[in-house]
Each structure stands twice: as C-alpha cells, then as structure tokens.
Ligand binder design. Structure first.
Ligand SMILES: Nc1nc2c(c(=O)[nH]1)N[C@H]1C(S)=C(S)[C@@H](COP(=O)(O)OP(=O)(O)OC[C@H]3O[C@@H](n4cnc5c(=O)[nH]c(N)nc54)[C@H](O)[C@@H]3O)O[C@H]1N2
Ligand SMILES: Nc1nc2c(c(=O)[nH]1)N[C@H]1C(S)=C(S)[C@@H](COP(=O)(O)OP(=O)(O)OC[C@H]3O[C@@H](n4cnc5c(=O)[nH]c(N)nc54)[C@H](O)[C@@H]3O)O[C@H]1N2
Ligand SMILES: [Mo]
Length: 758
C-alpha cells in the first residue's frame, strides 16, 4: 500500500508558528494545483465561485456575502474545486485493471486520486470488478429490485452536498415509495443542533444573519475550527477584530486560525503588516468540559448580578423564557472545585470571561463539532443558550447563536424534507400535491441504519453521495456486514471505500459536480443551496462535464424513482428533469413561507433569508418560550474515565474534506506526513513511559466486550492532560456505535474513552 509515507516526512516542528491565511494558504492552493493538474481554465472557474450567477463552492457552508471579495474562495474551497476538476479519470479501464479486493487495500487518498468517475458501472461478482453498463439498464434493474424490497428495509442516504432540488426529490421519492429512512450526513454532525437547539429555542438552525457579525462586541467560540473548516469566515472575524469586537475561544487545541490571521487577499498584510490576532482569550479546556466551563461562566454572571445588579436582562427573562429559577438554583449549588476539575480550567480564567460577557452588549455564541459530537451534546448547546438568554442575547441585532454548519447544503437538505422524523414535513401538503400517503412512523438515523446493516434488517441502501461506510463509528466492525445487502447503489463523483463493499447487487453511478454545466431539455439548469446562516443561493455550473456519460443528481433520482414507483400522473419525473424551475415551484408550494418567489430570487446578492422564528423572539418550543436548562451533570462525556484511560477526540486535518484526503500536510497544526498518529502532550507521553514516534496500540475503553484497536504512532502535541487526538476517519474503528448524543443520536466522535498500550 502506497500512502505518500515515503514521499513526505513529518516536519520537525509540530507547532506551526505562522498565522493562518497568508502565504501558507497560497502555497497550499499552489500545491494542489501542481499535484492535481486540473483541466485548463480551473482558475477562471474559481473566480466565479460563491458569487451571484456563479457556482457555490462544495466545501463548507459558510455564507456567501452580498459583496463578495475579488476571489471569494479560500485555500480549502480552492482545493475542493480543483479536486473536482482534476484531469484524472477513473473509468472502465481503471476498473478492468483492479479487483475490489485489491482496491480495498488502497488508502482513502489513493482511491479518490484515481480521478473522476466517468461511466455507470455494475458490480460483477464473478470477476470481482465493476463493469460498464447502460444508464437505462441500471435504472430498470435497480427499480426491479426496489419493487421487491420492503420499503421499510430500504435506506436513502444523503451527504450534505446535493442541491435543494435533488434533496426535495429524494425525500419525495422515499415517501412515495413508503419509507423515511433518510439518514443524512447531518445525523453524524449537527443533528444535535436540529434536536437540541430546537428543544430550547424552537429553531433547529442558528439565529444569526451576516450583518450580526458587524455589530456584535463579543464572540464566544466553542469547538469550531474556523481556519480549516470555514476559512472564509476568518475575513468576518478579522473585520470584527479591527472594529474592536472581542473573541474568546474554548478548544482543547490551540487552532491557528483562531489565534491569528493574515488575509491572503490583502497585499499590504501579505508583505509588511502584522497578522491580526483573533482570540483575545484562548482557553484549552478538557474535551467534554464545556458543560462545566459554561456552568462556571453562568455562575459568575449570577454572582455579579447578586453583587451589583443590572447584569441580567430581567425584562427579557420574564417575558420570553421559562426555567430560570431552577437553572439558577442548580448552578448556584455547584462548587468551583468541581467546575475546575471537569473543565480543566481555572476559576479565575472563567471569571474573567464571565466579566467580559457581562460588560458586552451584543454577544454571539458559535460552535461546531466540539459541542455536537458528545454523549451530552444537546446539553452543551443548551448551556450555551442558557448563557446567551441571561442577557437577552438572542433575537437582537448583533446577537444570537450560530452553529457553523458542515457540508455546503446540509442545512438545506433538512429544510426540504430529508428527515427521518415525520412531524418535520408538511405531510398534508404532500398528500394534496402528489396524492401520496407519506409514512408517519419514524425512520432510521445513521446509528439505526448501521445497526440494521449489522443485524441484516436493512436490505437496500442507496447513497446520494458521501462515504457512509467510512464516516460512521465502528466502521471496521460494520464492513463485512455490507455484503449482506440485497442492493447497494452509490451515486458519486470519485471512488471511495463505501463503493468497495458490494451487496448482492451493486451499482456505482457517476454524477456531475456543481461547477459543471448541467444541460437538460430546457437548457442549462440552476440548482440551489442553503448556507449556514439560512440564506438560499442559486448555483450555475459552466464547466464542460468530466465525461459525456455523467448525469445530474436530479436526473439520477428521477430515473430511479420512475423505474421504481407505480405510474402517478402527478409525479412528473421526466418534466422535472427537463426543467428544475418546476421543482422549485413545488418546493415553494410545499414550504410557502420560506421559499416565496423562489424562482425570481435565485441570484439575489448574499442570497435570500428563509426566516427564523427565534430570531424574531417567537419560540416554537413545547412551552412556547425560550427554555433555560438545569444541568444534571458537569461533563458531556459518557461517565468517569476508566482507570488509565484518556479521552480521544477525532480531528480533521487542513488537507482533507471529511473522508476526502487531499494530502498529508496539516499545515495550521504544523503536522505533516502519515496520518496514522496519536497526539498526546509530552507529560502524558512521559507518564506512560512512551516515546515520540513509537508505534502503540490505541484501544477503546468502553468495556462493552468488543475489541476495538488501531495502531498509531505517538506524536507530542500541546493538548490538555487526559486528552488524546487522532485523525478521522483513520480512528473510526475505535468509536463504538453505541456512543452517541442522548437526544439526537449524533455519534460522540469527540469523546471516546481509550487506553494506550506500548
Ligand atoms: N476544509 C474542510 N472544511 C470542512 C470540512 C473538512 O473536513 N475540511 N468538513 C465540513 C463538515 S461536514 C463539518 S461538520 C465542519 C466541521 O467543522 P468543525 O465543527 O470545526 O469540526 P472539527 O474539525 O471536527 O472539530 C472542531 C474543533 O472541536 C475541537 N474540540 C474537540 N473536542 C472538543 C470539546 O469537547 N470541546 C470543545 N470546546 N472543543 C472541542 C477540536 O479541537 C476542533 O478544533 O467543517 C466543514 N468544512
Ligand atoms: N471520527 C469522526 N467521524 C466523523 C466525523 C468526525 O468529526 N470524527 N465527522 C462526521 C461528519 S460531521 C460528517 S458530515 C460525516 C461525513 O460523511 P459523508 O458526507 O458521507 O462523507 P464525505 O467524505 O463528505 O463524502 C465524500 C464522497 O462524496 C462523493 N461526492 C463528492 N461530491 C459529490 C457530489 O457533488 N455528488 C455526489 N453524489 N457525490 C459526491 C465523493 O465520491 C466522495 O468520495 O462524517 C462524520 N464522521
Ligand atoms: Mo459534517
């Protein structure tokens, strides 16, 4: 197996001393250009990225501003686009040369580097190879198998890239067929937000709009790595800093992008001006320590109120919230010793931040996977909301709660019906519009789907993008079970491990990427996406498709649906394929409040906002009010750590997008080379009698009887005591399927008890 190991050596300095952005990010783009040799015109394509009339980047979900920069893309957005526009092709010749058994020995990086998928392929078990097939045969044969399959044993997975149009049709296809087993990458990601934030504010998404970032005077960042995962947001942070806004970060790792930033698009900064410091205060708390840290902040704010008054927004609390007294009493009873122990922070550090909070008029709370991917992830979010509610920091200009979402349209997929929860869609409208009977019992989440694959109750799996089998917890334990499926259909752009785990009948169907022209019966088609701040944008690809055999995701969904469902004159799959404007009309009729005049507003600069009740202080919660939560624990972890165990957090490098590994340079962390490493602080290394570079066996310590272990090499890094870190997806075999957020079932990828054996 070649994995770039020989080619690249780890740097001697594991701590990157340069600001994020800057020359390093330009070199990052240049090196992908050199490695990938994209088809000509790629730079011209990049210039159209994230601008009205252009295509929307397939990397992160950060908002696309109304006044874009000359180049409204970042290092990682450029990498994502260049990765899509590679000149390499993974077609019939490639598959004729390699069996799936052989390809299973390749790394994630090598598989995707084979290039763009070019032809529809069917798996041939006799030769253990994919062989080309015709689209119409694929649709007919897949449809025939689905017709024989119990809809309740069928799963349609979406990874958050597919457009609103595609997603609406996938959700409709599922409901017309008779299931809502619609796990989304969101079920591994911000489902904690969809459930937890909804519980306490009534809104399943963030309340901020872009303008709020120009008015806040404090931002609190919990567990979100802006420099790598939403780099365009650094421009907003830099602007906010320059006008005097303060930023406080809670993260076990000192992530470079939240330390300082040089704008690569500003010539003066690139040459003479110093970088902008980003965080005023940076607190390296213990993983899972956010409940305790937030408890400390709230405790001090309540003390300040008792000391001098005027700190709480009493009018807001009385008019808009419930549960304040119970929360107050619970927090008042907590001891600072417990708070310090569980958070790993000192009382005086938390008091300083609480005092800053109490002085700030407009505060935004931001968070990412560091809060959501925990057993008590929902409580993490509820605690942040508690803090914000104390001073009326939701539903006012320059305030709010802002989950920073992952995939470019993951939030939008939920908006248009990708959900396993029947109550979240207007079923009556679907009945009226299409004469279908949507299922009313709950469908499967990601965790349930994996359980179903393992126990054989899932029979058919259709993936509209993504790399499900690799991204899930316990991925190694689940791998053999995929062979038990009757049907596995993978719609994708590049080869990945999920494509190498065939069932009894298996297809790999290639689709267009967003930058490519999508020409249908009525001409080139626009698709739409919803960003992290709930703004909807049109996206128009102009590149020549990587192969003449590619189809759009809309065309593929329609082809499959038509071949599967009984004819219904109201399900007009062919017409919809020919004109996506018709699909947008249906979205508007299904969700009239959010998508008014949809087709007329495709290219509004900055997108159009779909609205948010909590932002207007309308609380669509059970109580009809914003809810304070009294914490029942100080830790987001599953329980006290077993003897000698550490808490493992799993990380993305700056050179990957989820399971897509572009390369081996985690530039902003000063790490490069092979990814099979485990980070520990030097004292932990010494205490355990280990040494740098030593190969160790990292074992899961949940003690549920399964043997979960991965060989990794010890690397010293600045982390809190009791914490280990390793890369995702390499570390996923260590993560038990049963470890997930109590309310939303989002896997606890950031809080896994592990032991290390020499
Ligand atoms: N370039 C690039 N961009 C991406 C992605 C990518 O892989 N590459 N992925 C996309 C997707 S799908 C998503 S969901 C987002 C993910 O973006 P993020 O939400 O930033 O997710 P992660 O990088 O997994 O982890 C975020 C941070 O949480 C910290 N952390 C870990 N445990 C804890 C904890 O207990 N408490 C606190 N406070 N912090 C903790 C980690 O140190 C890390 O800095 O990014 C999206 N954008
Ligand atoms: N340990 C650990 N595990 C995690 C996480 C973690 O932090 N730690 N994070 C979780 C999170 S937040 C997420 S979102 C999931 C991600 O899980 P997924 O969304 O399933 O995974 P991706 O790696 O984003 O999927 C990459 C594949 O998508 C396909 N693809 C790319 N573009 C397109 C397109 O335009 N159309 C189609 N049809 N296919 C396309 C390509 O074939 C590519 O190989 O992983 C989760 N797993
Ligand atoms: Mo995600």
């Amino acid at each position: 197996m070649k994995d770039g190991r020989e080619a690249r050596q780890r740097s001697d300095t594991p701590h990157y001393e340069h600001p994020s952005g800057g020359w390093g990010s330009l070199r990052g783009i240049a090196s992908v250009l050199a490695d990938e040799r994209p088809t000509p015109g790629a730079l011209r394509t990049l210039a159209r990225q994230n601008k009205p009339g252009g295509h929307m980047c397939t990397s992160c979900a950060w908002t696309k501003p109304a006044q874009p920069h000359l180049a409204e893309f970042c290092e990682n957005g450029a990498k994502a686009t260049i990765w899509d526009l590679t000149a390499a092709r993974c077609g019939p010749d490639f598959f004729a040369a390699h069996t799936l058994a052989e390809l299973r020995g390749w790394s994630d990086h090598e598989l995707e580097r084979a290039g763009r998928l070019t032809h529809p392929m069917r798996y041939d078990a006799g030769s253990d190879r994919y062989v080309p097939c015709a689209w119409e045969d694929a649709f007919r044969e897949i449809g025939a198998i689905l017709k024989r399959t119990d809809p309740k044993a069928t799963v349609f997975y979406t990874s958050g890239r597919a457009s609103l149009e595609t997603s609406y049709l996938i959700a409709l296809f599922a409901r017309a067929f008779g299931h809502i087993n619609l796990p989304d990458s969101s079920n591994m990601c911000h489902e904690t937000t969809s459930v937890g934030l909804k519980k306490v504010t009534g809104s399943p998404v963030g309340t901020c709009v872009h303008e709020d970032f120009s008015h806040c005077d404090l931002m609190l960042f919990f567990g979100q790595n802006t420099g790598t995962n939403s780099p365009r947001f650094l421009h907003d942070l830099q602007k906010a800093k320059k006008r005097g806004c303060r930023i406080v970060t809670f993260n076990p790792i000192r992530e470079r992008g939240l330390v300082e930033f040089t704008n690569p698009q500003n010539p003066a900064e690139m040459t003479v001006a110093p970088p902008t410091p980003i965080s005023d205060i940076y607190l390296q708390l213990r993983p899972g320590g956010d409940v305790a840290a937030l408890s400390g902040l709230i405790k001090r704010v309540l003390e300040l109120e008792a000391e001098k008054g005027g700190v709480l927004d009493r009018v807001f609390i009385a008019a808009h919230t419930t549960g304040f007294e119970e929360m107050r009493a619970r927090i008042a009873a907590l001891s600072w010793d417990d708070i310090e122990r569980e958070s790993g922070l000192r009382r005086r550090e938390l008091e300083e931040v609480a005092e800053l909070y109490a002085r700030s008029r407009r505060v935004i709370g931001l968070y990412g996977m560091g809060l959501t991917q925990h057993v008590k992830g929902w409580l993490n979010i509820a605690m942040l909301v508690n803090l914000l509610l104390l001073r009326g920091n939701i539903g006012r200009k320059g305030t709010g709660i802002s989950p920073v979402r992952g995939h470019s349209n993951v939030q939008g997929q939920r908006t248009v019906g990708i959900t396993e929860k029947p109550e979240l869609v207007p079923n009556d409208r679907l009945r009226d519009l299409f004469g279908i009977e949507p299922p009313m019992e709950e469908g499967m989440t990601t965790v349930k789907v994996v359980e179903g694959v393992l126990d054989g109750t899932v029979k058919a799996f259709v993936a509209f993008g993504g790399n499900f089998a690799r991204a899930i917890p316990d991925n190694r334990r689940a791998e053999p079970a995929w062979a038990g499926l009757d049907l596995n259909v993978q719609i994708a752009t590049k080869l990945n491990r999920s494509h190498l785990l065939p069932g009894r009948a298996t297809w790999l169907l290639p689709c267009l990427v967003r930058a490519e022209e999508d020409r249908q019966a009525t001409g080139p088609q626009v698709v739409t996406i919803e960003d992290s701040l709930s703004c909807i944008h049109g996206s128009l690809g102009k590149r020549r498709p990587a192969s003449e055999h590619l189809r759009s995701e809309v065309a593929i969904v329609c082809g499959l649906a038509k071949a599967t469902l009984e004819p219904n004159p109201r399900l007009r799959w062919d017409e919809w394929t020919g004109d996506y404007g018709l699909i947008r009309d249906l979205i508007e009729r299904t969700y009239p409040d959010q998508f008014r005049d949809f087709n007329a507003r495709l290219f509004v600069p900055g997108g159009f906002h779909k609205g948010n009740a909590a932002r207007e202080r309308r609380w669509e919660t059970e109580s009809g009010r914003a809810e304070f939560t009294a914490p029942d624990t100080l830790s987001a972890l599953p329980g006290p750590l077993p003897e000698e165990a550490l808490t493992l957090i799993t990380l993305r490098s700056n050179d990957q997008f989820n399971t897509t590994v572009y390369g081996f340079r985690d530039r902003l962390r000063g790490l490069s080379g092979p990814r099979d490493i485990v980070l520990l602080n030097p004292e932990e290394i010494a205490r355990r009698g280990l040494r740098e570079g030593q190969s160790v066996r990292v074992e899961c310590a949940t003690g549920d009887g399964e043997d979960r272990a991965v060989e990794l090499r010890v690397t010293a890094y600045d982390l809190p005591d009791g914490c280990a870190a390793a890369y995702y997806p390499e570390a996923n075999p260590l993560i038990p399927l049963g470890l997930y957020d109590e309310l939303s079932h989002t896997p606890a990828y950031k809080g896994v008890p592990v032991r290390i054996r020499a």
